[in-house]
Design a protein around this ligand. Structure first.
Ligand code: NAD
Length: 495
């Protein structure tokens, strides 16, 4: 049955796909557009401006001008705070519209967009706004003959290039600290999910962010994205996306102006459940919900599940009993917990991984196929493979879909060694009642975040980012300011 409210509102929605440059909506200079297609039923939502080098040049010039005349950077931090808090309030006031755009654009359930993504994005804007007038600079402990001031300054023009899995939230993680620090920002949303970013730019203007300070250039990665990453007048890139494109962005920086590059990349996170885990039901639910949340399209999804051999049968029995709760449903129904895969490319990628799991001899215990084909959209049943070997493709590569691989172990040190045997290092989990074991494992796991006896805690106050090829630098927390500020030393001779 259709959830009338959201279906009716979806029909009435007329999203604006034009770019946002220099404080206004504009078409791409070439006039080119691309169709924005909803994965929930493949309806065309709108035509989106296909920005390229020429549009990026205009956006960068506009951002540079705004930075140089200090219309934003020159405001007192308390004033930037006031405007960012208003930006957060307004974002919340448009929560239903933004949530609907997000769900239609990338397929996640409306309840998630409304209750998680939009409030978290607004909270991020508010948190950095509130932080910015509470951070002091430093005076170095030098001799009496001089004074050395160590101050933070905005880097200048920041480009944020973001993915499609949490379009609004990933954008907020970049733009909030970058704007709070006084930078001008150009946001390049994914071509698969540009709508909330474009709407956010209008909300920023309504909140009082001066024109030119926040621009949004939608378009393809190899056009608008690479134009930003190779631009000689972009000072910094905050990139979230795949490891393969992250490597390219670093090359572009080396080939152009050595702009600062900060990357939040892929993951293949291990989740290790020991036989002495304090609450098996909780561990099962966390493992299943953590992986299938957002259709498995989360960088930190615990996609490699290690279960101690003595409890594996019991664990799997419990897991298989709750997996049906995660069957995909209509994303516009508030009760749906799993929505649509973002597009046909990603659908086929995930299905190909499932096929390779079967071919390589893993044991398919749940899912493994496309569902809800009658909707016209892209849905995959929650999938679980047992008896996965570490050499298999599904064990090694990031799938970015609802596919869980299960391994068993008898010695924790072996599980940790396998857990670390990956180019990625975003997150990891360990479940045990033994505090020593938990601490030792947390130290041994090479990941930016380690979860102990849970896999869901998250907060704007803690850094988020990866070891190894999961990226460098951190989003969230005060540490994010490190990415968007330069440190300046000023020596003053005394007497
Ligand atoms: P992607 O790398 O394909 O694209 C990310 C962004 O880069 C998009 O805006 C895209 O248009 C742009 N892009 C693509 N090619 C480009 C190029 N040549 N030059 C400049 N820009 C280019 O990633 P995706 O498929 O959108 O997102 C999924 C990936 O993002 C996964 O690997 C996931 O793990 C990762 N991710 C990481 C985090 C994190 O915090 N570590 C968070 C969310 C997603």
């Amino acid at each position: 049955m259709k959830d009338t409210k959201w279906h009716v509102r979806a029909k009435a929605l007329t999203p604006d796909g034009r770019a946002f440059i220099g404080g206004q909506r504009v078409d791409a200079l070439s006039g080119a557009t691309f169709d924005c297609i909803s994965p929930i039923d493949t309806r065309v939502l709108t035509a989106v401006a296909r920005c390229d080098q020429a549009d990026v040049d205009v956006a960068v010039n506009s951002a540079r001008l705004a930075f140089n005349d200090r219309r934003w950077a020159g405001l007192a931090p308390a004033e930037r705070k006031r405007i960012l808090i208003k930006f957060a309030d307004l974002t919340l006031s448009y929560a239903e519209e933004l949530a609907l755009l997000e769900t239609l654009d990338m397929g996640k359930p409306i309840a998630n967009s409304l209750n998680m993504d939009v409030p978290a994005a607004a909270n991020c804007l508010r948190w950095y706004g509130e932080a910015v007038d509470k951070i002091y600079d430093e005076i170095a402990p030098t001799s009496d003959a001089s004074l050395a001031l160590i101050t933070r300054e905005p880097v200048g023009v920041v480009a944020a290039i973001v993915p499609w899995n949490y379009p609004l939230l990933m954008a907020a993680w970049k733009i909030a600290p970058a704007l709070a620090a006084g930078n001008s920002v150009i946001l390049k949303p994914s071509e698969k999910s540009p709508l909330t970013a474009l709407r956010l730019a209008e909300i920023a203007i309504e909140a009082g962010i001066p024109t030119g300070v926040f621009n949004v250039v939608p378009g393809y990665g190899n056009e608008a994205g690479s134009a930003l990453a190779t631009h000689m007048d972009v000072d910094c890139i905050g990139f979230t996306g795949s490891t393969a494109i992250g490597k390219k962005i670093m090359q572009y920086a080396g080939q152009s102006n050595l702009k600062r590059v900060w990357t939040e990349l892929g993951g293949k996170s291990p989740n290790i459940v020991c036989a002495d885990c304090p609450d098996l039901d909780n561990a099962v639910r966390a493992a299943i919900a953590g992986l299938y949340y957002n259709q498995g399209e989360s960088c930190n999804a615990p996609s490699r599940l290690f279960v101690e051999a003595s409890i594996k049968d019991k664990f799997l029995e419990k897991a298989l009993a709750i997996i049906p709760e995660f069957a995909p449903g209509d994303p516009l129904d508030e009760k749906t917990v799993m929505g649509a895969i973002v597009d046909d490319t990603q659908l086929n990628t995930v299905l190909a991984y499932i096929e390779s799991g079967k071919q390589e001899g893993a044991l398919l215990l749940a899912g493994g196929m496309r569902t809800r084909t009658e909707s016209g959209g892209y849905y995959i049943a929650p999938t679980l493979f047992d008896n996965v070997q570490h050499t298999m493709k599904i064990a090694r590569e990031e799938i970015f879909g609802p596919v869980l691989s299960v391994f068993s172990f008898t010695r924790l040190e072996d599980a940790i060694q396998e857990a670390n045997a990956t180019p990625y290092g975003l997150q990891a989990g360990i479940w045990t009642a033994d505090i020593n074991k938990a601490h030792q494992a947390a130290r041994a796991l090479r990941a930016g975040t380690v979860h102990v006896n849970q896999y869901a805690e998250d907060d704007i106050t803690v850094p988020f980012g990866g070891y190894k090829q999961s990226g460098n630098g951190r989003d969230k927390s005060l540490h994010a300011f490190d990415k968007y500020t330069e440190l300046k030393t000023t020596w003053i001779k005394l007497g």
